[in-house]
Design a protein around this ligand. Structure first.
Ligand SMILES: [Zn+2]
Length: 313
């Protein structure tokens, strides 16, 4: 079956000759919830053979031609250097590293990692079954629901809830990111920048859901992170990556703030391909590297979008 989809995807890729920018997104590799490194390697090898890789700096004229690809990796965890960078170098492709500056420069926890850490501790999965959310909803161990719920909370309530979750599991969250949740080192990022294969993008200061922020804090998250990364790298930061990035995590107000901060492009997590002539530069679509290569090839060829459109009509 997979073989059939692969052939159909390849055929569709051949038929669809529109100029396009395929932006691929990647989060963690090899963690309990991360992608296996073999999947990442195979997917990037496929892309390196089929596409011309570009960085935001090379796209300042916003001219998309033929089949361009851009690899973006979100948040800034340690395996970017130890695992991903050697693959990038051997395939001779480039990548955009989207950094949350408090995490990367100040070694402060990414708030969502605290939840992963709590849930990974021995016995937590069991204890958490009995946890009742403040609005009396028992999430019954549904982690997806928990993350969706927490995402909607104002910042102070969000942190309060995470601490109460830790208390409930009789855990003390370490003051700095635990061993598997550490950021890539600054010296490692300097090394990668020197290669010319890596460009940095801002992924805010503290990784909040932007819709929850008043204008003043929104501008701070967008503008201060840009300034911090420009000071760190000595280079212009051209692009921004929305935390979470799904429809509902950004809107017209946040898009205007992106323009105001001086970014020329912003990455969302809405799945799709950016075609010449219909590209929205402040909400670029991306395709996540999937667990199987045939599924990824189908999305990357544009076939998934076509099938979904047909289903909805
Ligand atoms: Zn993120």
């Amino acid at each position: 079956m997979n073989y059939l989809w692969e052939i159909t995807s390849a055929l569709w890729r051949f038929i669809d000759q529109r100029d396009q920018l395929l932006i691929v997104s990647l989060h963690r590799i090899n963690r309990p919830h991360g992608l296996p490194v073999s999947t990442v390697e195979k997917t990037l090898k496929f892309l390196a053979d089929q596409y011309h890789f570009v960085l935001p700096e090379e796209l300042q004229d916003k001219k998309i031609h033929e089949k361009m690809a851009m690899l973006t990796v979100d948040d800034g965890h340690m395996e970017i250097y130890s695992t991903l960078y050697p693959i990038i170098r051997s395939l001779k492709i480039s990548m955009v590293v989207c950094l949350t500056t408090d995490f990367f420069l100040k070694n402060r926890w990414l708030w969502v990692d605290k939840i992963h850490w709590i849930l990974e501790q021995p016995g937590s999965a069991q204890k958490i079954q009995a946890y009742v959310l403040p609005d009396n909803i028992s999430f019954a161990g549904n982690q997806v629901y928990l993350r969706k719920y927490i995402k909607t909370l104002p910042l102070s309530l969000r942190d309060e809830l995470i601490n109460s979750l830790a208390d409930h599991c009789r855990l003390t969250i370490p003051s700095e990111p635990a061993i598997n949740f550490r950021p890539v080192k600054t010296t490692e990022v300097h090394n990668m920048l020197k290669s010319g294969r890596v460009e940095l993008a801002s992924h805010t200061v503290t990784h909040p859901i932007l819709m929850n922020l008043p204008d003043k804090d929104l501008d701070f998250e967008l503008q201060h992170s840009k300034k911090e990364l420009e000071n760190f790298s000595g280079r212009r930061i051209h692009s921004f990556c929305y935390p979470n990035g799904l429809p509902g995590d950004y809107d017209e107000r946040t898009k205007l703030a992106v323009n105001r901060a001086g970014y020329s492009m912003a990455f969302s997590s809405s799945e799709g391909i950016n075609y010449k002539g219909s590209t929205e530069w402040n909400q670029l679509k991306r395709i996540h590297i999937h667990r199987t290569l045939p599924t990824f090839k189908m999305s990357a060829s544009g076939l998934t979008e076509v099938i979904n459109r047909l289903k909805n009509n």
